[in-house]
Design a binder for this molecule. Structure first.
Ligand code: 6PG
Length: 469
């Protein structure tokens, strides 16, 4: 045992860490785990079986000494101060050119700071987004690594082996320098928020507006998942609707409190989109909806005051057909917004992102995997400079075919007080984005009126100010 050196180290043997390290070992790399908690260490050793393949320790120097040079150490610990603490603990034991990979959802500027700090010590630092939850970690996640390109070569074989495969292509690619990996993962999560909001509001549309039972919802989402809407989130929604309540009668979905929690990545996506001036209103409202969902007590009081509960029930089959198209439209808009943000961030932060390769590594393994990503990858492959999917011929036809249904559902939902803000925002975004002329000339006039902020004119060059009174 003494002489074995291990190819890969992993810090943090919670569910994600344990699953990831077992995945690495399955791919014939020797892996060594570290966790302060001896119970987690024993659990891994027990599950891993052959200790020359998977081993673990709660002693940091034994852990570091077990690894071959340059050491490749991945951290799967909660984002924030813990990452800094782990780095400080590791540092005295490391050698020049060792590589630390942060696989958590760290905020991208933290990654930039850590990379600069570790560079000064001769250590490479990678921020690698990992998506796919516990199952993904075990059987193939989508991985979004960013950092030094030359150091990436050291971890590339391991990542390519453990990543999910889409038609034999591994769902991992070098994203770009610095915090590119964490940034891409952040926007992945923003899109995730948008798609989750949309799938949930179409559930309420069909339930309230069409009177669908859970079993019917299960059937509808299952059928949708066989068409244009094929995606992990639609697939799991179908399965969720049929799950029986293990503690009582009926389906579990009806017993789950309608307050959605969040750990912050969706909010960061929105905050940063505002910082770099890119509109992503479908994602913004998805974040706001989690906040509104938390206001349960207020919602109960307000519902008594304002909601009479009357709904004009719609013929089921028509509603289902329109909903499918409208959901597809809003899925497209959500991806369009996220990809636009990535394009702008690439210029802003010098990430040199390839949107085609991002779309490709999202085709399997990750939470936002969807058939649509195949078309998105192809579109960006053909036109690397494309700013927004809506401007591509392939998406022009998809949108033209589905926007009519989106409008009809918006009208129906508005008339019947069914909240569908993800869809509403997607449609408003689309209508604004496709307006050659917007009324924001009035805003410019108001700004100049009250604050002498000046304005530009449509008929001549220059900057103008008017004494409005
Ligand atoms: C993934 C998920 C994962 C996590 C989310 C949950 O890609 O595997 O995005 O990272 O489940 O961060 O986020 P919220 O708790 O904010 O919903």
């Amino acid at each position: 045992m003494e002489n074995i050196t291990y190819d890969f180290g992993l810090v943090g043997l919670g569910v994600m860490g344990r699953n990831f390290i077992l995945n690495v070992a399955d791919q014939n790399f020797k892996a060594f785990g570290y966790d302060l908690d001896p119970e987690k260490v024993s659990e891994l050793i027990e599950e891993g079986g052959d200790q020359s393949r998977v081993n673990a320790s709660s002693d940091i120097s034994s852990f570091v000494e077990a690894l071959s040079l340059p050491r490749k150490i991945m951290l799967l610990v909660p984002a924030g101060k813990i990452v800094d603490a782990v780095i400080e603990n590791l540092l005295p034991h490391l050698s020049k050119n060792d590589i630390i990979i942060d696989g958590g959802n760290s905020f991208f500027t933290d990654t930039d700071r850590r990379e600069a700090y570790l560079q000064s010590k001769g250590i490479y630092f990678f921020g690698a987004g990992v998506s796919g939850g516990a199952k993904g970690a075990r059987y193939g996640p989508s991985i979004m690594p960013g950092g030094s390109r030359s150091a990436y070569k050291e971890v590339q074989p391991i990542f390519e082996a453990v990543a999910a495969k889409f038609k034999n292509e591994p769902c991992v690619a070098y994203m770009g320098p610095k915090s590119a990996g964490n940034y891409v993962k952040m926007v992945h999560n923003g899109i995730e928020y948008g798609l989750m909001q949309l799938t949930s509001e179409f559930y309420s549309l069909l339930q309230k507006g069409g009177g669908l039972t859970n079993n019917e919802l299960h059937q509808v989402y299952k059928t949708w998942n066989e068409g244009d809407l094929q995606s992990f989130l639609v697939e799991i929604s179908a399965k969720i609707f049929e799950k029986k309540d293990p503690l009582g009668e009926g389906e579990l979905i009806d017993k789950i409190l309608d307050k959605a929690k969040q750990k912050g990545t969706g909010k960061w996506t929105s905050q940063n989109a505002m910082d770099i001036g890119i509109p992503i209103p479908t994602i913004d409202i998805a974040v706001s909806m989690r906040e509104i969902s938390a206001l349960k007590n207020e919602r109960i009081l307000a519902a008594k005051k304002y909601k009479d509960g009357s709904i004009d029930i719609s013929p089921k089959q028509q509603l289902i057909a329109k909903a499918e198209n409208a959901l597809f439209f809003s899925f497209i808009i959500t991806y369009a917004q996220g990809m636009h943000q990535l394009k702008a961030a690439s210029d802003e932060y010098g990430y040199e992102l390839s949107l085609a390769s991002i779309a490709k590594i999202w085709r399997a393994g990750c939470i936002i995997r969807a058939a649509l990503l195949e078309d998105i990858a192809e579109t960006f492959e053909k036109d690397k400079d494309l700013n927004n999917l809506l401007l591509s011929p392939a998406f022009e036809s998809k949108v033209k075919e589905s926007v009519g249904a989106a409008r009809e559902i918006v009208i129906y939902a508005a008339e019947n007080a069914i909240p569908m803000p993800g869809l509403f925002n997607s449609l408003s975004y689309f209508d604004a984005f496709t307006s050659e002329k917007l009324p924001l000339n009035l805003i410019q006039a108001q700004r100049d009126y009250f604050g002498s902020h000046t304005y530009e004119r449509t008929d001549r060059e220059g900057v103008f100010h008017t004494e409005w009174n």
